[in-house]
Design a protein around this ligand. Structure first.
Ligand SMILES: CC(C)(COP(=O)(O)OP(=O)(O)OC[C@H]1O[C@@H](n2cnc3c(N)ncnc32)[C@H](O)[C@@H]1OP(=O)(O)O)[C@@H](O)C(=O)NCCC(=O)NCCS
Length: 182
């Protein structure tokens, strides 16, 4: 699988700037290699751990241990775990701009939704429409894998990701709430 997405109609103003500088219209999605996976996984897990701590789900003391347990649960066979799909996104000039991690039901992807386990844009490329291009690509790829819908989890305080999903037509299906008592 290797395709280009072009012709984004959105006009984005990069945060903190008055005008428009550079919008990314073309993103190519390539399957990740094992070497890229080995290189990328620690950072994806690190971001996941940081969000769990920030959301108050995990304490910072046991976060590393919990992350390792979670990684073993999700990826018992690492890169080769059935139903896990990894991608690198590149511009027309071959610059790496982001990453996707999709999960489908290994035995029958048509049985349910595909899950977007991770979407990440390289920090220098954020705010230029790459997130939208990546999400479009994730939907195309999930359909190609046989899924009828794409689901995801997002932490409440991740405003930019929530904006991305909401403006792309994603609706809340469940909601966790918490009030600190001390
Ligand atoms: C979330 C993420 C993928 C978004 O990618 P991005 O390329 O910056 O997003 P886009 O430029 O496509 O913008 C998406 C939307 O957020 C808005 N946005 C982007 N940066 C913003 C900022 N700093 N402040 C406010 N709004 C912002 C855009 O205007 C756009 O809004 P629209 O949908 O109404 O057009 C990226 O920020 C990222 O990699 N974050 C770290 C990893 C992460 O949190 N992943 C999501 C886990 S659920």
């Amino acid at each position: 699988m290797n395709f280009w997405l072009t012709g984004c109609a959105r006009v984005l103003k990069p945060p903190g700037s008055d005008g428009y500088s550079c919008r990314v219209d073309e993103v190519r999605l390539d399957p990740m290699t094992v070497a890229e996976f080995d290189d990328r996984l620690p950072s994806l897990m690190h971001a996941y751990v940081a969000e769990q701590i920030r959301a108050g789900n995990w304490g910072s003391a046991d976060a590393d241990e919990l992350a390792q347990l979670e990684q073993r649960r999700l990826l018992p066979r690492g890169f080769a775990t059935p139903g896990m799909h990894w991608y690198v996104a590149r511009t027309a000039a071959n610059q790496v701009v982001g990453y996707l991690w999709l999960a489908t039901e290994p035995s029958d992807p048509r049985a349910g939704a595909a899950w977007l386990y991770a979407i990440e844009v390289e920090s220098d490329w954020r705010g230029r429409g790459v997130g939208h291009r990546l999400l479009d690509a994730a939907e195309v790829e999930a359909q190609r894998l046989g899924a009828a819908s794409l689901a995801l989890n997002v932490f409440g305080d991740n405003r930019i990701a929530r904006r991305l999903y909401e403006s792309s037509g994603y609706e809340v299906t469940s909601l966790q709430m918490r009030k600190p008592l001390t």
